[in-house]
Design a protein around this ligand. Structure first.
Ligand SMILES: [Fe+2]
Length: 438
């Protein structure tokens, strides 16, 4: 009996050695003209129906946020369908997977990832500032707000082990960052930029920056391209709204990426659609921070990145056609059947009305204030959707804009001028050529 167990034991050990030995060869290689499709689903803020109710308290909460909390599951179901129909190779979620990090939200969200993975796509996640140790994990019941269970760092890794952590070839000792090799020549550096809750801002410590450099050296030795994915932004996406959005030590991180030759960073967090880039004066290397807007925030879209070794990168956004989906699937919810109007009105009511306060203190007549509000809210809709500069031309010609231009320096003027003096006119599309001959 002892001998049989010994033979079985040796067989099991040899089997695992063989698996480990064979694994590198099993990782596919992207051929020179082949395309790899990557979906980027930013800040889905998934909230379980079990935590919400049809009550005044929940309605008041909805009005305090920028996102359609009660449709997060519906919108994710639409994305799942798109992924299955379009056969994506990779899907990345750059954090804020859940609303307020409730355990039940994470457990239900993981089931959705399992369905996505079963369609053949490789799925990777990193945490956002909402996801871990969130003592404000909320539940709405009996017309009141209650606290509910949240996750520790270890529990996050356990729940999401099949979406990056188990396949990681390297894990950072100082954070939940990891490196995966979905292809021999395309790796993903999944960076955990979160601080301890409730800090909304992001940071990477010196040891993690050194770890990034060692990952990039490995990639160079194996002729692999690296794409970085992180929740917080690498670069400022607004001249006035950047604190707690851009990582605190972004100069060090930008330099690390530029030195490492990492040129594409996929981020979220700021909830607007925006692309910024910076170029090193010494090496001429450029790094692009592509911030994809939050799925439950107007205009409800996700990102699609196509990578080819010979052509480089092509990024574009895909706007969900909720009305068409609702009609085709016999959905009776009037909000979904007339989603374009509903979502736009929700956005104006919840986000743009915040600007009313800034406008109300201006030395203008009521009629002028209304003209200014019209221009600011119309521009804001397009700004969140990724449009700037000449894309806002028709609004630059409005009476409201002329009034804003003539104001003394103030927040509203600075905010509006920032929209028409930006890096790109359309932040929904960019092509980035390969850095060297493949
Ligand atoms: Fe978010």
């Amino acid at each position: 009996m002892k001998n049989v167990m010994l033979v079985v034991g040796v067989f099991v050990i040899m089997f695992f050695i063989a698996i480990n030995y064979l694994t590198p060869q099993e990782i596919p290689m992207i051929n020179i003209d082949e395309n790899v499709n990557i979906y980027i689903v930013a800040d889905p803020h998934y909230m379980s129906n079990k935590l919400t109710e049809d009550s005044e308290t929940f309605t008041n909460y909805l009005e305090s946020v920028d996102r359609l909390m009660h449709y997060t599951g519906f919108l994710l179901t639409m994305v799942e369908k798109d992924i299955k129909e379009n056969k994506q190779d990779i899907v990345v979620f750059p954090g804020d997977l859940t609303n307020n990090g409730s355990r039940i939200n994470h457990l239900e969200f993981e089931k959705r990832l399992k369905r996505i993975k079963s369609s053949g796509a490789k799925v990777y996640v990193v945490p956002g500032n909402h996801d871990i140790g969130n003592e404000k994990a909320l539940k709405f019941k009996d017309n009141d707000i209650h606290l509910t269970d949240y996750l520790t760092h270890a529990e996050f890794v356990e729940i999401y082990q099949d979406y990056g952590y188990k396949d990681a070839v390297l894990r950072d000792e100082n954070s939940l960052s990891y490196l995966v090799k979905p292809y021999q020549n395309l790796w993903l550096l999944m960076l955990d930029t979160t601080k301890d809750h409730p800090a909304p801002g992001g940071y990477l410590n010196r040891d993690t920056l050194d770890w990034i450099i060692s990952c990039s050296e490995m990639a160079k030795a194996e002729n692999a391209e690296i794409i970085a994915v992180m929740h917080h932004n690498l670069l400022d996406h607004s001249e006035i709204v950047w604190e707690d959005y851009t990582v605190d030590n972004n100069t060090s991180l930008v330099n690390t990426f530029l030195e490492s030759g990492i040129k594409v960073v996929l981020s979220g967090h700021i909830h607007i659609q925006d692309i910024k880039s910076t170029t090193s004066s010494q090496t001429d290397n450029t790094v692009y921070d592509i911030a994809t807007s939050s799925l439950p925030v107007f205009p409800h879209q996700y990102g699609k990145l196509i990578y080819s070794p010979s052509k480089g990168y092509k990024y574009e956004t895909v706007k969900l056609n909720v009305e068409k989906y609702a009609l085709e699937n016999n959905i009776t919810d009037e909000n979904l059947l007339s989603f374009n109007t509903y979502a736009e009105e929700f956005f104006v009511e919840n986000l743009c009305r915040k600007h009313r306060k800034s406008i109300s203190i201006l030395d203008l007549t009521d009629e002028e204030k209304e003209l200014v509000y019209y221009t600011v809210s119309e521009m804001n809709k397009r700004y969140f959707a990724g449009y700037r500069n000449e894309s806002l031309k028709e609004l630059i010609e409005t009476e409201g804009f002329k009034i804003i231009e003539s104001l003394d320096e103030c927040f509203i003027q600075e905010y509006v001028m920032g929209m028409i003096d930006d890096e790109y006119a359309d932040n929904n599309f960019i092509e980035i050529p390969p850095s060297q001959d493949p």
